[in-house]
Design a protein around this ligand. Structure first.
Ligand code: MN3
Length: 224
């Protein structure tokens, strides 16, 4: 006879009788982080509808799928960063990599944005931008180019590479961590990030975010 994999009534009774021995259903290791602002806080650049779907459906789905994939495996209990580093470039763990990276990338991305962002840059970061790009306009221009020219789904990043800042782009779920680059800022250019608000006008979305929503304090905090 095949034992039922889910709770049989006998198991349920045993759990009631011996609560201390009952294997509690483990909480998901990876949880959807709360947004650091209200759903409508980024309007009109990013609508509440886009944010609700992007965070509540897309980001949630990556987290849920990751929990499903790692449950009962040697990967259970590892942080997102560990999962990314251990599965990057492997053929056999592509699913775990993709979902762990997307879970990490989105958690990072939400913090890169803030309502009514301005071009006021913390001093240390401002100095590095000057050294690496010349000025903020040049950084924005290079960042926008990477975001707009990324073919298909992906991300644009400002990263710390040794002592220098660089703009890089990655396709699909890929992020800079396995390349030993430290992310300072990320911009999601998957269509789900902007399509409801901008349809095919990715460039308009990119420029609006760069000019109105960037959290430079968060970017600077990632230097440490
Ligand atoms: Mn996304």
């Amino acid at each position: 006879m095949t034992l039922p994999s889910q709770d049989s009534s006998a198991v349920t009774k045993a759990r009631r009788r011996f609560p201390s021995e009952a294997p509690a259903r483990p909480a998901p290791v990876h949880a959807l982080p709360r947004l650091p602002y209200a759903l409508n806080a980024l309007e009109p650049v990013i609508s509440a509808t886009t944010l609700a779907v992007h965070h509540g459906k897309h980001h949630q789905a990556y987290v849920d799928k990751l929990n499903e994939l790692v449950a009962g495996t040697a990967f259970a209990g590892l942080t997102l960063e560990d999962l990314i580093m251990r599965t990057a470039g492997t053929q056999e763990h592509t699913g775990i990599f993709n979902n762990a990276a997307q879970a990490w990338n989105h958690a990072f991305y939400w913090r890169c944005l803030k309502p009514a962002g301005s071009d006021a840059i913390p001093e240390v970061l401002g100095k590095m931008i000057k050294e690496s790009f010349g000025d903020l306009a040049a950084l924005k221009s290079e960042f926008a180019k990477a975001a707009i020219e990324q073919f298909g789904s992906g991300w644009a990043w400002l990263v710390l590479d040794g002592a220098k800042l660089r703009v890089v782009r990655t396709g699909n779920a890929n992020d800079p961590l396995p390349h030993h680059l430290r992310p300072l800022l990320a911009l999601d250019v998957w269509e789900h990030a902007y399509y409801l608000d901008y349809q095919n006008r990715r460039a308009d979305h990119v420029h609006a975010v760069l000019n109105k929503l960037i959290n430079w304090e968060f970017a600077a905090s990632n230097l440490a």
